[in-house]
Design a protein around this ligand. Structure first.
Ligand code: 13P
Ligand code: SF4
Length: 349
């Protein structure tokens, strides 16, 4: 486990990371992407880290892949490429730099390593897991195959490399319906997210059977929350991620992956919107959509929030936190992930 006092003592020996209003002022161009959600005193704290990371990543020939759930100072300040799980996986398969820093959770870093085994993949905090990835093991996949003989296994990318290796193909929330529909079988096994599977089943002609996992961020919402919110705030557009339970998705005006949500808000520009997903989503698009008032409660992902500027700088400096996947597992897992990427490209997703 990362010891923060060690991290701080290593960094303070090498870098001047004291809050600086002068530096914050010099870096106004970056701050302008997040000034609606990050206060000037907070920016004065972040600016020295952002500068140090951006200098160091060039020296290391590194690229930072940031998921849409990263906090704004990571998302806008240091990420070279941002996106949803599918976009990040596609990008990881084509990066030219020697080092990938995964500003996201562990399964995303493993996916990057599976797709780019010759690269160094750095995880700023190995404890940044995922309740979905932890809900199933390779034995769980075997159990499902025994229960539903002959049915293909479609596993969410939110799984370990071993689970991907035991699956036929992967999916993400932006291609799950299309991937399931493309399977050559009436019954399709989906793991590990029961709610994503039920939402896919509602849009697909397949008999979808599923594993009972769930996301601790999205399972907390209830249809009652959405009904009450609508009653108190008429006219608010409710936009839900498909990891939410189906009765929550049914109450929403739109459901989509994190990039689907961003596209919807850009296209529709509702006066007021509530994003029924992780908190950073609204923060990251608030500046580019000044006409939209983002309101309402949101839920934090404690795993995503383990990633900080300080830890990104530390792993780039020390090159600690390298993600490894055993070759025999990686070979099989790559087939499942690559099958998803190839099918997504073919379908123009
Ligand atoms: P997407 O970005 O693919 O929608 O996934 C959301 C998520 O929960 C990732 O952990
Ligand atoms: Fe996992 Fe949910 Fe966090 Fe995404 S938001 S990393 S699915 S726990």
């Amino acid at each position: 486990m990362l010891d923060l006092s060690t991290v701080r003592s290593v960094l303070s020996d090498e870098y001047d990371l004291a809050p600086s209003a002068t530096l914050a002022n010099e870096m106004q161009d970056i701050y302008a992407r997040m000034d609606r959600v990050v206060s000037p005193p907070d920016w004065a704290i972040y600016a020295p880290y952002v500068r140090a990371i951006n200098v160091l990543k060039k020296q290391r020939n590194a690229v930072i892949l940031g998921h849409n759930y990263m906090t704004p100072e990571i998302f806008h300040g240091v990420s070279d490429f941002v996106g949803d799980s599918l976009q990040l996986a596609m990008k990881a398969s084509e990066v030219e730099e020697d080092v990938i820093v995964q500003a996201g959770v562990h399964f995303m870093a493993e996916t990057s390593k599976i797709l780019s085994p010759q690269k160094i993949v750095l995880m700023p905090d190995m404890q940044a897991g995922c309740s979905l990835a932890e809900s199933i093991t390779a034995e769980g996949i075997d159990e499902m195959r025994v229960k539903y003989p002959g049915a293909p296994v479609v596993s969410y990318v939110n799984t370990t490399a071993e689970v991907k290796a035991g699956s036929d193909i992967c999916c993400t929330s932006s291609n799950a319906v299309q991937i399931v529909n493309a399977m050559d079988s009436d019954t399709v096994i989906m793991t590990p997210d029961q709610y994503l599977a039920q939402n896919v089943a509602n849009e697909s002609h397949k008999n979808v059977v599923y594993w009972p996992g769930s996301c601790i961020v999205h399972e907390q919402y209830t249809p009652q929350d959405l009904r009450e919110f609508r009653e108190w705030n008429p006219g608010t557009r409710l936009i839900a991620h498909p990891e939410c339970p189906p009765d929550v998705v049914a109450e929403a005006d739109f459901s989509g992956s994190t990039s689907g949500i961003i596209k919807y808000v850009h296209d529709e520009k509702p006066e007021r919107a509530m994003l029924i997903t992780e908190c950073s989503m609204a923060s990251n698009i608030a500046d580019e959509l000044p006409e939209v008032d983002f309101v309402g409660p949101c839920n934090m992902c404690p795993y995503m929030k383990k990633i900080t500027l300080e830890k990104i700088l530390f792993v780039l400096h020390t090159m600690e936190g390298q993600v490894e996947v055993a070759e025999d597992v990686a070979v099989k897992a790559r087939k499942s992930v690559q099958a998803m990427i190839d099918l997504s490209r073919k379908l123009g997703l």
